[in-house]
Design a protein around this ligand. Structure first.
Ligand code: MN
Length: 202
């Protein structure tokens, strides 16, 4: 199986003004595509591994040949993380459903959740992600991962994530990551996050 760039499913302008079209275009068609291309290149001489999904590869990273572990961690992880990320972005979706109730129960209020999630996103040093995950006890938790590490490797199921690599925001926000993180709350597809939550907790 050759890994492929998934369909974005919406226009590059769909998240304006919070995430600008140029950033979306470069992020999706260049950065994500490079992860896919480099994952395929790493698997070129490993036909048996080409049959596995990207998620299977990154979750079972330690069972792979040493020579490709780094490439799969970075590029397989990048492919998995971005494929997920595009699906949870949409403007004007109301915060409601089981996930809204669960967030209020776990964090006390939406504002408190926003504060804690933003803090994790803003304090991630270097490149990486902040995530809202369902942990092994089926509870909500906010975590960080470095570079393209995926929460899936540690038994967490991501239901929401923010890419805080500079390539995700630098054109519009430059060094002001906190402004990007704040704007991100306008483009969360809570309906999709709710779907992921319901699936993960059952
Ligand atoms: Mn990215």
């Amino acid at each position: 199986m050759t890994h492929q760039l998934p369909t974005l499913g919406y226009d590059y302008r769909a998240l304006e003004p919070y995430i600008d079209a140029r950033t979306m275009e470069i992020h999706y068609s260049k950065h994500h595509k490079t992860y896919v291309d480099k994952l395929n290149a790493a698997l070129e001489n490993h036909p048996a591994l080409q049959k596995k999904t990207a998620v299977e590869l990154v979750v079972n990273l330690n069972s792979l040949p040493d020579s490709i572990q780094g490439a799969v961690r970075n590029h397989g992880g990048g492919h998995v993380n971005h494929s997920f990320f595009w699906t949870i972005l949409k403007k004007d979706v109301a915060f409601k459903g089981e996930i809204a109730e669960a967030i209020k129960k776990e964090f006390g209020s939406f504002d408190e959740f926003k504060k804690q999630f933003s803090e994790k996103a803003n304090t991630l040093f270097g490149s990486g992600w902040a995530w809202l995950v369902v942990n092994r006890s089926k509870k909500l938790e906010i975590i960080q991962t470095q570079n393209q590490e995926t929460p899936l490797r540690n038994g967490f199921t991501p239901i929401l994530g923010i890419d805080v690599w500079e390539h995700a925001y630098y054109l519009k926000y430059q060094n002001k990551r906190a402004e990007y993180v704040d704007a991100f709350f306008n483009v969360i597809d809570w309906k999709k996050v709710n779907e992921y939550y319901v699936k993960a907790k059952n």
